[in-house]
Design a protein around this ligand. Structure first.
Ligand SMILES: Cc1ncc(COP(=O)(O)O)c(C=O)c1O
Length: 485
């Protein structure tokens, strides 16, 4: 990494300098630097509207970068050790779609984990690739999925010698990192391209106590939500291709396919600034956050009835690393489900990232400090103080996700004639839509899969526990879109 060059923020500087020219705009956006914006919008966004710009040839072009944006993306590649890095203004969703589009032809088999995010299914619908699922390991005591291990990858590769690529989710939402280096080597030995959904890992490269990042594990293409765990604006991400990856130009073309032709320059400037921040302060910040997380975990574990697992998760064979900045807080010892705990925490002014089974997930990132952590621990202490500790036996209710039975390629199911049937009548039919609870955004059923009794039981269990679906035509899930027979 070139430390001197990393001090710069070429695109943010260029945007700033351009705004200072006070040009009279005869171009989009139509509100013309805020002047014509709705009153409420002006009140909400104020002076910021003066820099609401996108696609200005005076600055640079995301899809044909030649100036400061090219330099900004090169600095990001230099920081992460990539051959080439692409900025995304459409989150990791676009990056995942693009890497699948770049690597898979229609009909190609790609190995994916059970915990594939819904954007992976979108990538399959767009590309026409066919998923073959790798079995995942589950930690029953912690109620979390561990993802696939080397044995499940090998089994999937043997069952699908035709597979051209494999996609891993690394780390999981809960911060659990599989043995990616080993699995990448196994996949490469069979000629598979290795794609990694590292949505929750933009910070991994900056501290040795965090799991090794996917590029360092040898992955070919890595999608990261910079906005999730680094400092950029929501919906901004990066896609990295490793040095020498033969598909890089195809990835560049695919990134242009799945993103707006009018990328907001704030998003691009914020990626540039987040990269600069990580380069200059990443290690110090992650050191601070790890200390904060360790303190929080210790305090949470001292509360009767509350548990927050830590590095002991490494005792499972499938696990190669753990990101301690993820706090999975289990309330089963207080007789609470995760959903109930979430609502109690919300009443106390704490909003968590996700809820499942008997736990909630609180994540620590750059914006956290002693105060936020004390607020979280304090709210948990208050919840614990008002309840009696109960035996945890029988209270855990987060089951592993049902094993998918792929009948049709997702793209074929997407285009098939469909009909709407009651959830009860959908058993044995082929889903024409995804059923996803968000977060974590992992489809329980993806388009093209058989509606199995296990999937129905899982869906009913989630609905009964108060979880809401996202993306289905009937969000109440009384009915389901299935392929017409
Ligand atoms: C594992 C995983 N992959 C991909 C995504 C999509 O990322 P983005 O929201 O940046 O589009 C998410 C979002 O929650 C995710 O959790």
């Amino acid at each position: 990494m070139n430390k001197d060059a990393q001090q710069k923020a070429p695109f943010a500087d260029a945007l700033d300098a351009y705004c200072r020219l006070h040009m009279v705009p005869f171009h989009t956006p139509g509100h013309k630097l805020g002047q014509g914006a709705p009153q409420r919008q002006r009140e909400l966004f104020g002076e910021a509207l003066r820099s609401d710009l996108g696609l200005m040839y005076a600055l640079d072009d995301l899809f044909q970068p030649e100036g400061p944006l090219k330099e900004a993306m090169e600095l990001a590649a230099d920081l992460y050790g990539a051959g080439r890095t692409f900025f995304s203004i459409n989150g990791t969703t676009a990056c995942i779609e693009a890497m699948i589009l770049a690597v898979c032809q229609p009909g190609d088999t790609i190995l994916i984990p059970r915990e594939a995010h819904r954007s992976v299914i979108s990538g399959l619908i767009l590309s026409g690739a066919v998923p073959a699922y790798m079995e995942s390991r589950f930690a029953p005591a912690e109620e979390v999925s561990l993802g696939p291990d080397a044995a499940s990858l090998t089994a999937a590769m043997e069952a699908h010698p035709e597979a051209v690529a494999v996609l891993f989710t690394y780390p999981t939402y809960d911060g659990i990192a599989g043995k990616l280096q080993e699995m990448t080597a196994l996949a490469h030995a069979r000629g598979l391209t290795v794609l990694v959904d590292e949505a929750h890992g933009a910070h991994l490269a900056f501290h040795d106590d965090l799991p090794k990042d996917a590029l360092a594990c040898g992955a070919d293409c890595v999608a990261q939500s910079t906005h999730k765990l680094a400092g950029s604006l929501t919906q901004t991400s990066m896609l990295h291709c490793r040095q020498g990856f033969a598909g890089t130009d195809r990835v560049a073309a695919a990134m242009a396919l799945v993103q707006s032709t009018s990328p907001h320059y704030w998003f691009l400037a914020s990626l540039d600034l987040a990269r600069q921040q990580l380069a200059l302060f990443g290690e110090a910040e992650e050191t601070r956050l790890l200390a904060l997380a360790r303190e929080a975990r210790q305090a949470l574990n001292s509360l009767a009835g509350i548990r927050c697992f830590g590095k002991e998760i490494l005792r499972y064979d499938a696990v190669g690393g753990f990101d301690e900045t993820k706090l999975t807080i289990d309330f089963s010892g207080l007789g609470l489900s995760g959903r109930e705990a979430e609502l109690l925490l919300r009443k106390a002014g704490i909003e968590v990232e996700l809820t499942a089974g008997s736990h909630v997930l609180a994540l620590l990132a750059l914006g956290d400090d002693d105060r936020s952590v004390h607020a979280l621990v304090g709210a948990c202490r208050t919840i614990a103080a008002g309840r009696t500790v109960v035996t945890t036996q029988g209270l855990r209710d987060e089951a592993p996700l049902p094993v998918p039975h792929v009948v049709l390629p997702p793209r074929q199911a997407w285009y098939a004639q469909r009909e709407c049937v009651s959830l009860a009548d959908s058993a044995g039919r082929i889903a024409a839509e995804n059923v996803t609870f968000y977060p974590p955004g992992i489809p329980v059923l993806a388009a093209g899969e058989a509606v199995t009794t296990e999937a129905l039981a899982y869906i009913r269990g989630k609905l009964a526990a108060g979880y809401e679906t996202n993306g289905a035509a009937d969000p109440s899930l009384q009915t389901l879109q299935v392929v017409r027979e």
